[in-house]
Design a protein around this ligand. Structure first.
Ligand code: NAP
Length: 280
């Protein structure tokens, strides 16, 4: 893993977005503010929303590919829909070599999928902005941005894209998709898992909440804001998450057993205490 300066050159880019959901719209706001020319396509019709944001919207993915002349195409679909979405892209209609970027929260899966489908003369950059509409609401300063240059020949376009995040003050972390998935299984997946468990339990605020409990309520709220598709994807398409799920299960059992053991020890002591009380 290396924290790097990521990029030197910077210029306005023509960026096309596939999958214009909540996270894509969040990124697009900053990209538009920086002067990049944006277009988008999505399963849902976001024509109105796009017009408000100054983004050209295409209902048809083929027209999007042909008409927009994008230098960068950013894949922002859910993890669970990636393969379906990639199948729907008519790559043969690309008018020029293009930099394909993905922002999915798992990394080995889009890396291998993009290597299979992206034309040989186009480049691939896999990224994960480690923040979202909530944590990045007031700016991206000091928020982490992970990336791997999977196949990059047009360094100038790639640098200009990375500059979008560097300019906003992100901490740029260049690392392999494999390392990302190992770390994310131990951190992000566990956070989402605990948040979902707390939601399943239906925890609610009380009049005597401790700071610790307030953090748990916040965790529950944060994970519920993310889609079930995203949560499922963090597990289904990160091979390291299975082991972390096992670890979580055995840790819960170990902690439970420890407490039950203490309870049994305490119950065994009781008759002695009661005898003591009677003799006093
Ligand atoms: P999401 O639920 O993970 O993805 C929503 C996007 O996926 C929408 O554009 C949606 O299109 C598209 N989609 C879902 N199912 C589809 C299908 N069957 N066919 C075609 N498109 C489909 O929510 P998100 O928060 O916007 O995340 C988008 C991506 O960014 C995900 O890969 C996520 O892992 C990643 N990411 C999210 C965050 C975050 O904080 N939210 C942070 C970093 C990375 P329509 O809207 O047109 O239906």
């Amino acid at each position: 893993m290396a924290s790097s300066s990521a990029a030197s050159s910077s210029r306005a880019l023509r960026i096309g977005i596939i999958g214009f959901g909540p996270f894509a719209q969040f990124l697009a706001k900053t990209m538009a503010k920086q002067g990049h020319r944006l277009s988008a396509t999505s399963r849902t019709d976001y024509s109105q929303r796009s017009a408000e944001m100054g983004v050209t919207f295409f209902r048809d993915v083929g027209e999007f590919i042909e008409a927009s002349g994008n230098e960068v195409i950013m894949i922002c679909t859910s993890i669970m829909s990636l393969s379906e979405v990639l199948k729907s892209i008519p790559f043969h209609r690309l008018g020029r070599p293009t930099l394909f970027v993905d922002v999915l929260s798992v990394k080995e899966y889009p890396r291998s999928s993009l290597l299979q489908v992206v034309p040989e003369d186009s480049d691939i950059l896999c990224t994960h902005p480690m923040f979202g509409p909530q944590s990045g609401k007031y700016g991206w300063e000091d928020l982490k941005f992970m990336y791997e240059r999977v196949r990059v020949r047009d360094h100038e376009t790639c640098s200009s894209f990375l500059q979008i995040f560097q300019k906003e003050g992100c901490r740029m972390l260049e690392m392999s998709c494999k390392s990302h998935d190992k770390f994310a299984a131990q951190s992000q997946f566990i956070a989402h898992m605990i948040g979902r468990i707390l939601a399943e339990m239906g925890i609610e605020s009380t009049s005597i909440d401790t700071k610790g409990f307030e953090s748990l309520l916040q965790l529950k709220k944060n994970t519920e804001n993310d889609s079930v598709d995203m949560f499922s994807g963090l597990f289904v398409h990160n091979r390291f998450a299975r082991q972390e799920m096992e670890n979580l299960g055995s840790a819960l059992e170990k902690v439970r057993e420890g407490l039950v053991q203490r309870m049994l020890e305490e119950q065994e002591k009781k008759p002695i205490q009661e005898n003591d009380k009677n003799t006093n």
